[in-house]
Design a protein around this ligand. Structure first.
Ligand SMILES: [Mg+2]
Length: 229
């Protein structure tokens, strides 16, 4: 994308969580503890090559997790937010830009990570749409957001919000920020797409010639959205 992102039209922001808002992938931390990174990558390969559906790979990996909720929460202590994510939320609050977190992760984990690391005024500015989970003793059962092969088709929320504005005189610019394979459906819906440098979403954009900005931290996102015309 060569043109400036700045416009007088209002912005509506959607963002992935793991590997985008957070530096580490919280799901991978727990799944790797259960099955190891190599086995997880095998599941990723099976899903990417279409041998199994993404939702089935997620379900099988989460079913392998053998942790109590307390053990899992303790393991999430290492998860850090992008160093400029708070600045980004403040940027959006100041401009009345809504921010929806679209995640293939599990809602109680996301809530824990965000509420532990963000002041309440920043946390409450974020809407979360994700999968759910039930943890009974050490058994993890994922509850998918929808019936799609992704388990959570991130394009659905964006299309739903777009419909709300379809008859509006001032149609917003829809922004999506992501890093991974689960972000591809949402990426197709974005007017302005940010793909994390060196990750799968950026590679997919390059392969499919999808216009995008590359970012390393949310400072880059702020800078682009704030760029003068
Ligand atoms: Mg991600």
């Amino acid at each position: 994308m060569e043109q400036s992102a700045k416009s007088s039209r209002p912005l509506v922001v959607f963002s992935d969580l793991d590997g985008t808002i957070t530096v580490q992938d919280s799901g991978c931390i727990l799944i790797d503890a259960a099955i190891g990174e190599a086995r997880r990558r095998e599941f990723d390969h099976l899903a990417l090559s279409g041998q199994i559906q993404f939702r089935d790979s997620l379900r099988m990996m989460w079913e392998a997790v053998d942790l109590t909720w307390a053990q899992a929460v303790a393991m999430l202590d290492v998860v850090q937010l992008d160093p400029h994510f708070v600045d980004f939320v403040q940027f959006c609050i100041t401009r009345s830009v809504p921010v929806t977190v679209l995640s293939s992760g599990l809602e109680p984990m996301i809530e824990h990570i965000l509420s532990e690391r963000l002041e309440p005024e920043y946390r409450k500015h974020l809407t979360i749409i994700s999968n759910g989970v039930e943890v009974l003793d050490r058994k993890w059962t994922i509850h998918f957001h929808d019936d799609s092969p992704f388990g959570h088709d991130k394009s659905l929320a964006i299309r739903s919000v777009k419909r709300q504005y379809s008859s509006s005189s001032e149609v917003p610019i829809f922004v999506f920020i992501g890093d991974g394979v689960s972000d591809i459906s949402a990426a197709r819906e974005a007017d302005i797409l940010f793909a994390k440098k060196g990750k799968d979403l950026e590679k997919w954009c390059q392969t499919n010639e999808v216009p995008h900005y590359t970012f390393e931290t949310f400072a880059d996102v702020i800078s682009k959205l704030n760029a003068p015309v």
